[in-house]
Design a protein around this ligand. Structure first.
Ligand code: ZN
Length: 295
């Protein structure tokens, strides 16, 4: 019965309120418990961080988007990593009402050659479907660009986002102290630490500054003790969910290409860790995302 009900939820995601009332007798037939329609409407998920423009989706992008939206996602935010990817993100957003875009330069792409395009990215940021500036930040793990270029670019983009009053999407890998210090000094407390990889204390420190913490599929990995602790203990009002697709697919898809629909596996694990229902988790995290990105 559980399967039938959840399959039915998938279909409901695409229906108007009137449609749902029309099929109500069927839902009662299918279910041996009363379905709270409000719950279903409010329990849709948002993937707050995907890279739908990347070549990994070239063969089946439309299908991937369809699967996510039919599967219970209300929105997907596709995130830019440079000028071209930001432009493509906006194009995708204009092709689908449920997709929104962010623009910016990933720290891997920080440097003088990117600086030439920063004015054009700023222009893109004015598009009606752009809801954030990012992803920006620091990555001292890969070190694809020099720390000083990364720092300069991070501060510059923070300022541009602040000027436009856009929330920021922050990438922080092996750079916790520096990212924290910069956000404290230059940030406006409006944004999200995406794919959060620090401990609970750091999460609470970012939350104190006003930022949301986004939990990735990593939380489903057995050995992800830190992330599980963060996901189970931070205030739910400060939590977002994401895939970072096509990267970091959650269990049971680990090792495969990630896609926005898989945020539902992450949500299930976080709900389990917090001992709350999936509907409650979805409702709260979706409201959070809507509030931050003004969806
Ligand atoms: Zn990303």
């Amino acid at each position: 019965m559980g399967l039938l009900v959840s399959h039915q939820n998938l279909c409901l995601a695409n229906m108007s309120q009137t449609d749902i009332f029309l099929i109500m007798p069927m839902s009662i037939l299918l279910s041996d418990k009363v379905i709270n329609l409000r719950d279903i409407f409010e329990s849709m998920l948002i993937d707050t961080h995907a890279h739908l423009d990347l070549h990994e989706f070239d063969q089946d992008r439309e299908q991937v988007i369809k699967t996510a939206l039919e599967g219970g996602l209300s929105h997907i935010i596709t995130v830019g990593i440079d000028y071209n990817s930001s432009k493509k993100a906006i194009e995708l957003a204009h092709q689908n009402d449920s997709i929104y875009a962010s623009v910016g330069y990933h720290p891997h792409n920080a440097g003088p050659s990117s600086l030439k395009y920063i004015d054009q990215v700023t222009q893109l940021a004015g598009d009606s479907k752009v809801v954030a500036w990012g992803e920006i930040g620091l990555d001292f793990y890969r070190g694809y660009s020099s720390p000083s270029d990364q720092l300069d670019f991070f501060k510059l983009q923070l300022k541009l986002a602040n000027d436009l009053d856009l929330p920021v999407i922050i990438h922080d890998r092996e750079a916790h102290t520096q990212v924290y210090d910069i956000l404290k000094k230059y940030g406006k407390g409006k944004g999200v630490i995406h794919c959060f990889s620090g401990d609970k204390e750091l999460a609470l420190a970012f939350i104190e500054l006003g930022y949301y913490i986004s939990i990735p599929g990593v939380v489903t990995y057995k050995n992800a003790i830190l992330t599980k602790e963060v996901a189970s203990s931070i205030p739910i009002e400060s939590m977002l969910l994401e895939t970072d697709a096509p990267f970091l697919a959650p269990v049971p898809k680990r090792g495969k290409r990630n896609e926005p629909f898989f945020v539902s596996y992450t949500a299930q694990e976080v709900a389990r860790l917090r001992n709350i229902t999936l509907a409650d988790l979805a409702r709260q995290t979706t409201n959070n995302a809507k509030a931050l990105f003004d969806l």
